[in-house]
Design a binder for this molecule. Structure first.
Ligand SMILES: NC(=O)c1ccc[n+]([C@@H]2O[C@H](COP(=O)([O-])OP(=O)(O)OC[C@H]3O[C@@H](n4cnc5c(N)ncnc54)[C@H](OP(=O)(O)O)[C@@H]3O)[C@@H](O)[C@H]2O)c1
Length: 276
């Protein structure tokens, strides 16, 4: 497969290759819905799945990966530490339980799901130990804003490899992106379709028409053009295929400028002002 295809990857700050594109499975129901979505994605060429303990579908992700027959080492799996499991006492156990549910010995990326005040630094220390013990190939954070990253960088021995945050043209967090780049933290865009709420946007549709692409493909390609890892979710086979069909075109500098101008601080998920 050529490097401009679905296996295109970024290199994390510890040298691990992470596919730039993957399938998200938040709100994908445990059972048939999840195993079928993951199997459809793997069949379409996806090699990266993003789950979390709180999604309650780690077992289904693991099952689908085994059923696919694709060697484990060819698939990049991310899971996340849930808030209730944070802290020095619970973090390691939560990771071990996630590994057991997934049916694997080592996860490719383990993330702190949210920066829980008063627990996040202790949780990070546990992630550092787990990384040293080779339970994770890389460790990172999610929903960290600049102050959370600054705090962590001052206190940690290992710089997080990834920060997974909501990111799309309507929530274009340029300062956060620049800060991540400066510290060699890979930005990963969650809810790249604004949780499905911007796939009918007129401005995206008119750019999409120019390229003979769908609005979802423009939103996904916008992230890839900036070397941002992107993990759209769908449970529908045809959309899973559609969302992956973003490696045969480029968005012009002029259209990137138009897309970059759409920011309206539109958050569909978590408002960082609600957590210290
Ligand atoms: N770390 C965090 O705190 C966090 C938070 C949110 C999300 N995430 C991760 O990021 C992933 C993606 O984010 P997300 O699930 O919030 O939203 P998203 O990927 O932005 O959008 C998903 C929604 O768009 C629809 N959709 C998918 N492809 C489409 C297409 N081609 N055309 C029209 N509609 C389409 C889906 O419906 P159908 O399924 O019916 O196709 C679903 O309703 C999650 O699954 C999760 O893995 C992480």
């Amino acid at each position: 497969m050529p490097q401009n295809a679905l296996n295109q990857s970024v290199t994390l700050n510890n040298g691990v290759a992470m596919p730039i594109f993957g399938l998200g499975v938040w709100k994908t129901k445990s059972g048939k819905e999840c195993t079928e979505a993951v199997l459809s994605a793997l069949e379409a060429g996806y090699r990266h799945i993003d789950t979390a303990k709180i999604y309650s579908n780690e077992e289904d992700v693991g099952k689908a990966i085994r059923e696919s027959g694709i060697p484990r080492k060819e698939i990049f799996i991310t899971t996340k530490l849930w808030n209730a499991d944070q802290g020095a006492q619970k973090t390691r156990k939560a990771l071990e339980q996630s590994l057991e549910k997934l049916g694997i010995d080592q996860v490719d990326l383990y993330l702190i799901h949210f920066p829980v005040t008063s627990k996040r630094l202790d949780s990070w220390k546990e992630l550092e130990k787990a990384y040293q013990d080779k339970l994770c190939r890389a460790i990172g954070v999610s929903n960290y804003m600049i102050p959370h990253l600054t705090e962590l960088l001052n206190e940690s021995n290992i710089t997080p490899a990834v920060n997974q945050v909501e990111f799309h043209p309507f929530l274009n967090q340029i300062e956060l992106l620049e800060s991540c780049k400066k510290h060699k933290i890979q930005l990963e865009a969650y809810s790249p379709l604004a949780h499905g709420q911007k796939v009918d946007d007129g401005q995206i549709a008119s750019i999409a028409k120019k390229y003979g692409k769908t609005p979802a493909q423009i939103l996904i390609r916008w992230a890839i053009e900036q070397n941002i890892v992107v993990i759209p979710k769908s449970t529908r086979k045809e959309r899973i295929v559609e969302n992956a069909n973003v490696f045969d075109f480029k968005i012009s500098a002029e259209d990137m400028k138009t897309l970059n101008g759409l920011d309206e601080n539109f958050r569909t998920c978590w408002d960082p002002s609600e957590v210290a």
